[in-house]
Write a protein that binds this ligand. Structure first.
Ligand code: PAN
Ligand code: ZN
Length: 176
């Protein structure tokens, strides 16, 4: 990742667009970028989520994810999900806006989930794959903080998916 000039700053649910403007990488994931991830087929041009990343402080990266509300069939919008290439790299998520669920798993078959609402912080241990799901009606906005050396391994999830999916049933999220 390209290094941006370090600057002292605070991020709040209101001023996060400032971080978007100063980040060094911006990724937009549309339906066509996520073929095979959902049970159904997403509309190709529909934006599912955006990520703004920067190596901000020393060897720490920050990434802001804006996950749009919506579903593909009954399945809520979600990120691709990944393991970290560095097996020792954990991660902290801080929820700024919206309502989400992180689903997590290990290669040994353990799995778990954490619900996120504004102000909630989640700790993702090393070796746990993680995916974020927007189960609310508005944008889900969260900040991820992780070692700059983490790296992202998308391959195993792209191939085998997660053990669990999050769908809407009778107006509520159900994990199965
Ligand atoms: C996050 C994720 C971000 C997008 O910053 O990278 O939410 O999800 P995917 O990378 O799975 O598409 C993070 O976990 N960084 O390590
Ligand atoms: Zn991660």
């Amino acid at each position: 990742m390209t290094k941006v000039k370090e600057w002292p700053f605070g991020i709040t649910p209101d001023n996060y667009p400032e971080f978007m403007g100063r980040s060094s990488e911006h990724t937009t994931r549309k339906g066509k970028d996520m073929a095979g991830y959902f049970q159904g087929t997403p509309e190709p041009e529909k934006v599912i989520y955006e990520v703004y990343e920067a190596e901000t402080t020393g060897h720490i990266c920050m990434a802001l994810t804006i996950l749009k509300p919506g579903k593909v069939g009954k399945e809520y919008h979600m990120t691709k999900g990944h393991y970290h290439e560095d097996q020792e790299a954990g991660e902290i998520y801080v929820c700024l806006k919206g309502k989400g669920i992180i689903i997590m798993q290990t290669k040994d078959g353990l799995n778990g989930e954490i619900e996120l609402e504004p102000g909630a912080v989640a700790s993702i241990p090393p070796k746990w794959a993680h995916r974020t799901v927007n189960v609310g009606k508005k944008d889900f906005v969260m900040l991820a903080i992780y070692p700059a050396t983490s790296g992202h391994d998308y391959g195993s999830i792209e191939k085998s998916g997660f053990l669990k999916r999050v769908i809407e049933e009778k107006g509520k999220p159900r994990i199965f």
